[in-house]
Design a protein around this ligand. Sequence first.
Ligand SMILES: NC(=O)c1ccc[n+]([C@@H]2O[C@H](COP(=O)([O-])OP(=O)(O)OC[C@H]3O[C@@H](n4cnc5c(N)ncnc54)[C@H](OP(=O)(O)O)[C@@H]3O)[C@@H](O)[C@H]2O)c1
Length: 422
Amino acid sequence: MLSRNAMRSAIDAFHNNTSLLLRTRGASLTSATARQCRTSPFDSWASGRKHISVYGYTQAKALVYSKYGEPKDVLQLHKHSISPPHGTQVTLRLLAAPLNPADVNQIQGVYPSKPPFQTTLGTQEPSAVGGNEGAFEVVTTGSNVKTLRKGDWVVMKQTGLGTWRTHAQLDESQLIRIENREGLTPLQISTVSVNPVTAYRMIKDFCDWDWMRSGEEWLIQNGANSGVGRAAIQLAREWGIKTINVVRERESPEATADLKKELRELGATVVVTESELLSAEFRSRVKELTRHGKEPIRLGLNCVGGKSATALAKTLAPGSHLVTYGAMSKQPVSLPSGLLIFKNLVFDGFWVSKWGDQNPQLKENTINDVLQLTRAGKFKDIPVDEMKWSWETDGPMLTAAVQETLSGYRGGKGLLKYEGGD
Ligand SMILES: NC(=O)c1ccc[n+]([C@@H]2O[C@H](COP(=O)([O-])OP(=O)(O)OC[C@H]3O[C@@H](n4cnc5c(N)ncnc54)[C@H](OP(=O)(O)O)[C@@H]3O)[C@@H](O)[C@H]2O)c1
């Protein structure tokens, strides 16, 4: 039987050797990052719900990829251990993380932001952790951490840090503390930083709304049942902006009617299908809704592209903006020249990752605003397809859930809900 001190020395010796190995393989690890992540020989705590050893090493798993491709082909569940936090480091436990379309595009290698492939988690190949947003709970803090303590809930300040992991160790400065988590759920916090922030900023920043005309101005959007679309509906409702919302037909008229009803209950003024939008009659429908333009459609939000985007643009009042933030149909946006010449429409793009990096404080304020609405019952949960993640959950189950993300016509967004212990 090893004494406590002997065991401690054995662990340190193992970690030092691994560190040397990693360096000789050419990995450029700082001592702080190298400390985080080696597989410990003393992982007997693995089977229990608690994943912290008596020496403070946390056992963790992460969904990582070391090359681009389809999630089912390139994602792997990697087991590693995280050393006790030092200085301003914080060790976190996952509560929940959504599976967003952009996360999959990133793994496919077709997304502009590409997290660097690194060996910091002790993977054989340099790898990145999937996922861009999620809610985490603070498990332990380094001795110099000032603003966080055990039990706090946090989100990451930036995208690209990797959220599909049971545990993470980040610096205090990379985290936003949820000031008042009273009445909030992990689902709400894990999905607040990308979609609602995108909807909020697009509505606020691309149109100079006449706030004296509450209820007399409109926005139009496609992909209205998406996470962003649902957020836009509710924010617009709160801010006195009417909305025309475009969705794709479901497999039956009844299912389409149900979806329309669901969005109207969120606050959508009007919900139409893509074929209604593209029909010859839609022009007169818009005239009727807008009282012949007396109530102008001043903003279009486009996450689909192709014919849908063109049709949205045609409904806009002169001088309005069409903001493109997604390309779900993979079709380019093509626009009749007359919309530019005679209506002076403005075509913009928005990317929340870049905006957030440039406006960190405003991003935090926006998150807090949305959470305030959520607490007040004015911002409803998105429908989710929950994938429970326990210590025993195997990699293929998790990667299959990720693979589903872009399949279309889904009942809810994929959500990884971690149910393991600290
Ligand atoms: N630029 C940014 O900063 C930013 C931020 C957040 C999100 N986004 C983008 O916004 C879009 C929505 O994201 P999300 O997380 O809100 O999505 P989500 O909740 O996962 O919903 C996906 C949406 O895309 C629609 N869709 C899927 N395939 C489609 C196709 N081939 N043609 C038309 N519509 C299709 C779905 O409609 P069905 O239900 O009919 O399948 C659904 O409305 C994505 O393109 C995402 O990348 C961009």
